[in-house]
Write a protein that binds this ligand. Structure first.
Ligand code: DHB
Ligand code: FE
Length: 309
């Protein structure tokens, strides 16, 4: 069949009718979005001459993605989670907000309720053979003043790229901690260097990436939520210099401002005073939060988390 068989007028009319635009009931917001969405789907079908087989195959694929609990994985892979960040960045700019640490995607693998401690925490349970890493940093306001009592909620993958709770192989909350900053706004986490995350071999997300000629890997990264009374919550991550996938993150999470260079500590005395017997890695990640203010775009995202703990 050729493309462009149907006039815009016919598609617009059908989309509006299907979205209930001609009745006074229902939810106006749902109608508004549904109408536009339907119109665009119809346009794509008509422009690309999508066959019935292709269409139903796509419906099945989306269904499979949802049944696998993979929608949260798929969304970053197709760039939409990053797109939402770009929109929030722009909304902040227009509201005159600047100067905070840049955000990046939350991703689908956060688990709420990680153990909370003051000033410092050890995040790994000692079972992971990965390289020991100390992450330290200070949370500050835009004015440069340290923020004591900020909650730094950190989560990351193990040395195999797996997340506790998700991979079913790790102790509960392994590599997930909340640390309250000390009087100087500082936090220290002892943990292990994570590996990059790759989509599971049989996942619908990896299948789509392959069809798109893309890989399904993320560079190694460490996730953060940072919150403090009177400040706007921040969702971000950092990556590591030199990572193979640093600039081709399948989830579009890498941002130039969030790349950290690991310092390798080999000095015998430093190793001893860290309580270790082999070289380790050190990362520094400072965070700047912006103040809460009237009409600022919301940064706390309400979404279902994998497991509500
Ligand atoms: C995905 C995995 C992550 O670890 C992450 O941070 C973001 C996205 C994913 O599988 O889509
Ligand atoms: Fe992640």
């Amino acid at each position: 069949m050729p493309a462009n068989l149907i006039s815009k007028k016919v598609m617009k009319k059908l989309a509006a009718e299907a979205a209930g635009v001609d009745n006074a009931k229902g939810d106006a917001r749902v109608k508004e979005v549904t109408e536009r969405l339907l119109y665009r789907i119809m346009q794509v079908i008509d422009e690309c001459d999508v066959s019935m087989d292709e269409f139903w195959s796509a419906v099945g694929f989306i269904g499979k993605t949802a049944n696998n609990g993979e929608l949260g994985l798929m969304i970053p892979g197709v760039g939409i989670e990053h797109f939402l960040d770009l929109r929030l960045d722009e909304a902040e700019k227009r509201a005159g907000i600047s100067g905070g640490t840049i955000r990046t995607i939350e991703g689908p693998l956060y688990v709420a309720g990680a153990p909370l401690s003051k000033g410092e925490a050890r995040m790994d349970d000692g079972a992971d053979p990965g390289e020991v890493m100390f992450i330290s940093g200070q949370v500050r306001g835009e004015d440069g003043n340290p923020i004591a009592g900020a909650i730094v909620d950190i989560w990351h993958a193990n040395s195999k790229g797996g997340y506790s709770f998700i991979d079913g192989e790790q102790a509960p909350y392994n590599l997930r901690r909340r640390i309250e900053t000390d009087a100087k706004g500082c936090y220290v986490a002892r943990t292990i260097v994570p590996n990059g995350y790759g989509c599971p071999p049989e996942s619908a997300t990896r299948q789509l990436m392959t069809l798109l000629g893309r890989h399904a890997e993320r560079p190694a990264h460490v996730h953060y939520f940072i919150s403090a009374p009177g400040y706007r919550q921040l969702t971000t991550q950092f990556n590591f210099t030199g990572d193979k996938y640093l600039h081709t993150d399948f989830a579009f999470g890498t941002r130039d401002e969030l790349i950290v260079t690991l310092e390798r500590v080999t000095d015998a005395q430093e190793i001893r005073s860290a309580g270790l017997n082999r070289p380790f890695a050190r990362a520094r990640f400072d965070i700047v939060l912006t103040k809460e203010r009237a009409n600022a775009p919301e940064t706390i995202v309400q979404r279902e988390h994998v497991i509500a703990a």
